[in-house]
Ligand binder design. Structure first.
Ligand code: NAP
Length: 291
């Protein structure tokens, strides 16, 4: 028999999660601070609770998706709400840091609440879709016991380990990638604008350059895993070659009066590697410089 689900939080993401759960045929209870956001969900069949405690009382699985952990804590930790959670599965899908997940797991254990921590690697339009990715961390048996719920939220539901901090840690590792790409593009746009290159040209060549970038990242991760930092016959480019090209970017920034905020961060890491004697090593020799 399908579990009854409570969803706490009906913002953009909480509403998408609720819609996906409803679509999969789960009896669903929803609560949101601003009750009007629950109205479209009620029209789809959700039961709107008048309090967090009431939503939880009806459910076996409680999904929380609010802005930050501090908000989730304020909602879940009043004594009567905590008591209502006893014996249930709490699934935290609010974005946070590994230490927040671990602290919540410890609190949950103290109160006999089963706990999984998740990170949503998708925007609301991917929720409930076969390609929707949500990663979960915490005791595997809890994930296995409620796999149907997790698959309803996204077809690519993955349990990544028992360490409850790992969902948010992996989330942050992947977000680092998107910020790297976005800040890189900010710099690229600035150079194109300063040099009078059309952004459509930039976009076209970025597309052509993407396999090169993707290949370099894959190579970097493989080398980091094997601690293979010395320049060798398979090295794509040494730090000397990268830093030589990078210097020309610094020159354009100086000549055109562009911000150095992004490139200064790159420069600092390059310099640390070079000072440590890695000029002729693979770019991967910068890996230990990040500690
Ligand atoms: P959102 O639309 O701004 O919704 C925020 C939710 O938090 C609303 O339900 C809001 O209630 C609630 N909230 C905020 N402060 C509160 C308080 N003091 N007391 C009670 N409830 C409070 O944001 P969202 O996009 O749904 O994001 C929600 C979570 O999902 C965040 O942790 C976000 O990082 C994560 N996430 C979002 C995306 C995305 O693409 N949107 C992707 C991955 C992860 P009200 O409606 O009453 O304001």
């Amino acid at each position: 028999m399908k579990s009854t689900i409570a969803v706490i939080g009906a913002g953009r993401m909480g509403s998408a999660l609720t819609r996906a759960i409803l679509k999969a045929g789960f009896d669903t209870h929803v609560w949101n601070r601003s009750p009007e956001k629950c109205e479209p969900l009620a029209a789809l069949g959700a039961t709107v609770a008048s309090s967090v405690e009431q939503a939880i009382a009806a459910a076996q699985v409680v999904i929380v998706n609010v802005s930050v952990y501090a908000t989730a804590n304020a909602l879940l930790r009043p004594q009567d709400v905590t008591a209502a959670l006893k014996g249930k599965l709490l699934v935290q899908l609010t974005s946070g840091a590994p230490n927040e997940a671990r602290e919540t797991a410890s609190w949950a254990t103290q109160h006999e609440i089963a706990y999984l921590d998740g990170a949503i690697m998708a925007t609301p339009n991917f929720i409930g879709e076969p390609s929707g990715t949500i990663i979960y961390a915490g005791p595997r048996h809890l994930f296995e016991a409620h796999r149907d719920v997790f698959l309803a939220l996204g077809g690519n539901a993955q349990h990544i380990g028992d360490d409850v901090g790992h969902a948010s840690a992996l989330d942050l590792s992947l977000l680092a990638q998107i910020w790297g790409a976005l800040f890189g593009a900010l710099q690229g746009i600035a150079v194109c604008r300063a040099e009078g290159i059309g952004l459509e040209v930039y976009a076209k060549f970025l597309d052509a350059f993407k396999p090169v970038v993707d290949g370099a990242v894959v190579d970097l991760i493989a080398r980091a895993g094997a601690a293979r930092y010395a320049g060798d016959e398979a090295t794509l480019a040494t730090i000397a070659v990268h830093y030589g090209a990078f210097h020309h970017l610094l020159e354009v920034c100086a000549e055109r009066g562009l911000s150095r905020d992004v490139v200064d961060a790159f420069d600092a890491v390059f310099k640390r590697g070079i000072e440590a004697g890695h000029l002729q090593d693979d770019f991967a020799a910068l890996v230990p410089c990040m500690r």
